[in-house]
Design a protein around this ligand. Structure first.
Ligand SMILES: *[C@@H]1O[C@H](CO)[C@@H](O)[C@H](O)[C@H]1NC(C)=O
Ligand SMILES: *[C@@H]1O[C@H](CO)[C@@H](O)[C@H](O)[C@H]1NC(C)=O
Ligand SMILES: *[C@@H]1O[C@H](CO)[C@@H](O)[C@H](O)[C@H]1NC(C)=O
Ligand SMILES: *[C@@H]1O[C@H](CO)[C@@H](O)[C@H](O)[C@H]1NC(C)=O
Ligand SMILES: *[C@@H]1O[C@H](CO)[C@@H](O)[C@H](O)[C@H]1NC(C)=O
Ligand SMILES: *[C@@H]1O[C@H](CO)[C@@H](O)[C@H](O)[C@H]1NC(C)=O
Ligand SMILES: *[C@@H]1O[C@H](CO)[C@@H](O)[C@H](O)[C@H]1NC(C)=O
Ligand SMILES: *[C@@H]1O[C@H](CO)[C@@H](O)[C@H](O)[C@H]1NC(C)=O
Ligand SMILES: *[C@@H]1O[C@H](CO)[C@@H](O)[C@H](O)[C@H]1NC(C)=O
Ligand SMILES: *[C@@H]1O[C@H](CO)[C@@H](O)[C@H](O)[C@H]1NC(C)=O
Ligand SMILES: *[C@@H]1O[C@H](CO)[C@@H](O)[C@H](O)[C@H]1NC(C)=O
Length: 596
């Protein structure tokens, strides 16, 4: 296990490795595993298990009625609430779905009630739709309790689908600490604190996992054990870090049960409070120790900069106990119900349901700039679905056995992001947990990685994730290369600006298909009122010719196009075109819909 830690993160960055008290749960004795797979030459391949399969269809077309409150909690004083309703068709076949359904127009009549009150009665919603927002009287709901019955009847008679919904109320905090909640409609995170004057503010987090020795050195140069190691860095304060456009900092704990030095961490949080720099609090070494969680959390509570918690760091890779993340989650909730809990998964598909049961937000760290996806130069074995470790679990970059990856070196990143949303639908989970991305903004020459990302690659790896629904970007690891820092600074400034964040977190996002040119263009748009944000990425090392993309403007023209990042596209009515798209080119554009 120690050798593994060295390879992944540890010694290069000066982190102490903590021996795990639990042995991995599913491998033969003495066999080292990553993602449940043997990776040493001396061990042979076996089926690691834990592979999530799509639900099997019984040959009947059904409808999954899913109703959740828009926010994971409401405050006692709030008056307006809404539900987010999904009526997706599930299964396959033609019978049993909805009487009279002919593929276009049928509605469901929705009623939500309990023994005390009726919140909605016979409200009409479309079938096979998702993200339908239906307002309800929050005050009335409060008098009724927390749990409600849901019934959807087909307007043609026949079918009735039933479900339940629970609403959580919390008192407003009075200790100065922040309250952060999840928006189930658009996937964003909203925070309210003294820094936001008590208003809810949407955040699109962009930042880095950050070396704790660098942070403690900034706070007090005497804290630096190796002054020369960090003295050359250009960023000389957290204020400069914030001014570079990053709005999130994720200190990486140095290790051990003590986690961070309390005195230094308190100073760090106070600086973050002053800067409105949001903090992702990492308990990677301690989350399996519930009493340690109980010791760490109280000292954070009064800090408005606290945005969310982070428990397992690749728990699936390490094969941490399957109940570890949910036990930690429950303990965190007992102490603090106001902040979401996150974790990062490293594996392609290994006990996804179990590990993510203990998270509100799921990060993926797919690192495709590797020496090879088929042969591990570190362990001298092949890598495949059941064996080996190439640094990017079951990735297919440049693997000729997967021709659909030809010329698409970042497809693993896109697929992982898509899969983590898809897996949630497969397990029939009520709430969609936002996925955040961890781009490869580091280099460790002694390991699986081939080199530093170029500035183009650094941006492509982040924006592809955003186009596939990532609601936050937290790169590994700061300090990074000057080139990556410069490129990500420019991008962070754009994504975290008020106008762009509003579109990304309040707008309805949609992936786009080109009307002309190669399908390999990766484009998405977010519409909010009369504004549209478009992110277009050419994720290849070769140029791509002419590409045109119709925008979801319902036939209206776009005007006043602003190029926020990258290159301009020309507009023809509601369609954008680019004549000769260049390798790894990106564009972030904002425009008005209609009216000149
Ligand atoms: C068959 O599958 C559909 C869709 O998942 C479901 O709605 C229905 O209840 C299932 N029927 C039976 C008999 O299990
Ligand atoms: C489906 O039914 C609706 C309402 O009865 C009707 O307006 C529509 O034309 C029908 N569509 C098809 C494809 O039959
Ligand atoms: C909903 O409509 C049905 C008839 O379509 C009616 O029987 C029922 O009472 C209505 N429910 C409520 C709560 O009004
Ligand atoms: C439901 O919608 C999806 C995507 O929007 C579509 O592919 C599917 O055919 C629809 N199913 C039915 C039964 O209409
Ligand atoms: C109805 O309200 C009472 C308190 O007013 C509450 O104790 C009870 O749980 C509520 N019933 C339901 C079904 O929520
Ligand atoms: C924490 O850091 C301070 C210096 O800022 C030092 O004086 C103190 O000894 C450290 N505490 C521990 C437990 O290491
Ligand atoms: C758990 O953490 C506490 C400190 O909060 C420590 O005293 C204890 O030794 C830890 N437990 C184990 C098993 O290491
Ligand atoms: C969690 O799982 C471990 C096995 O990995 C087991 O020993 C332990 O009892 C479980 N804890 C709880 C509270 O269920
Ligand atoms: C994939 O191929 C490209 C182009 O030949 C090369 O630059 C890159 O390093 C390769 N990546 C991997 C993981 O093999
Ligand atoms: C993976 O490679 C190992 C070693 O060559 C082999 O024994 C195993 O069958 C392979 N697994 C799959 C799923 O191909
Ligand atoms: C910061 O310092 C580290 C360690 O010396 C170095 O690897 C990194 O490139 C530096 N970053 C910048 C932006 O200069």
């Amino acid at each position: 296990m120690f050798a593994k830690a060295v390879v992944l993160a540890g010694v290069l960055l000066g982190f102490a490795n903590v021996a795990r008290c639990e042995p991995p749960f599913n491998n033969p004795p003495g066999v080292d595993v990553w993602c449940g797979k043997a990776y040493r030459e001396t061990d042979s391949s076996f089926d690691p298990g834990g592979w999530l399969e799509p639900p099997s269809s019984n040959g009947t077309l059904g409808l999954m009625l899913n109703v959740v409150p828009r926010y994971n909690f409401y405050l006692d004083m709030e008056l307006e609430g809404s539900f987010v309703v999904d009526t997706r068709a599930v299964g396959s076949g033609s019978s049993g779905y909805l009487d009279g359904y002919n593929g276009s127009s049928t509605n469901l009549l929705l009623t939500v009630w309990n023994a005390n009150v009726t919140l909605l009665s016979n409200v009409s919603v479309s079938v096979n739709a998702s993200g339908i927002e239906v307002p309800f009287d929050l005050n009335l709901a409060r008098t009724g309790g927390e749990s409600f019955q849901v019934e959807g009847r087909s307007s043609h008679g026949g079918q009735t689908y039933i479900s339940t919904v629970s609403i959580t109320w919390l008192p407003e905090r009075d200790d100065g600490g922040s309250m952060a909640r999840l928006d189930r409609l658009n996937g964003g995170i909203h925070i309210s604190s003294s820094m936001t004057s008590g208003n809810w503010k949407s955040i699109f987090p962009v930042g880095f996992y950050t070396r704790w020795d660098w942070i403690s050195w900034l706070i007090d140069p005497e804290n630096n054990p190796e002054p020369d190691n960090l003295a050359s860095n250009e960023t000389k304060s957290l204020q400069e870090f914030k001014e570079q456009g990053y709005n999130l900092v994720h200190p990486v704990p140095p290790g051990g049960w003590e986690s961070f030095n309390d005195t230094v961490f308190e100073k760090f949080l106070t600086i973050c409070d002053e800067l409105e720099l949001y903090v992702m609090y990492d308990m990677r070494h301690t989350y399996l120790n519930l009493s340690s969680i109980s010791t760490q959390l109280p000292r954070l509570q009064s800090h408005p900069s606290l945005l969310l918690y982070y428990t397992g760091d690749e728990p699936d890779g390490w094969t941490d106990p399957l109940n570890g993340t949910i036990l930690a989650y429950n303990r965190i909730r007992e102490i603090d119900p106001y902040h979401p809990v996150s974790l990062v998964l490293n594996c392609y598909n290994f006990y996804f349901e179990e590990y993510t049961s203990g998270a509100d937000i799921i990060l993926e760290d797919t690192y495709p700039l590797i020496k090879s996806s088929t042969f591990s130069t570190v362990y001298n074995t092949v890598c495949n679905q059941t064996y080996g470790d190439c640094g990017c679990d079951f990735c297919h970059v440049n693997n000729t056995a997967y021709p659909e990856f030809e010329g698409l070196p970042f497809k693993d990143v896109v697929d992982r992001t898509d899969n983590f949303y898809q897996f949630q639908r497969w397990i029939g989970q009520k709430e969609t947990k936002p996925v955040w991305g961890v781009p490869q903004w580091f280099y460790d020459a002694d390991s699986f990685w081939s080199r530093w990302a170029t500035k183009e690659e650094a941006v492509v790896m982040a924006l592809l994730r955003v186009n596939h629904g990532a609601m936050g970007v937290v790169g590994w690891i700061f300090p990074t290369s000057p080139e990556i820092q410069a490129a990500t600074t420019e991008m962070a400034g754009v994504l975290t600006s008020e106008d762009v964040t509003r579109l990304l977190t309040e707008g309805t996002g949609k992936h786009l298909t080109p009307s002309y040119g190669a399908d390999d263009i990766d484009a998405a748009a977010w519409v909010w009122e009369d504004e549209i944000l478009v992110i277009a990425i050419w994720p290849k090392y070769t140029s791509g010719g002419r590409v045109c993309i119709p925008l979801p403007t319902e036939g209206k023209d776009v005007s006043d196009i602003e190029v926020l990042l990258g290159v301009a596209w020309s507009a023809d009515g509601g369609t954008l075109c680019r004549e000769e798209i260049q390798p790894l080119e990106v564009s972030v554009l904002r425009a008005k819909i209609g009216g000149y």
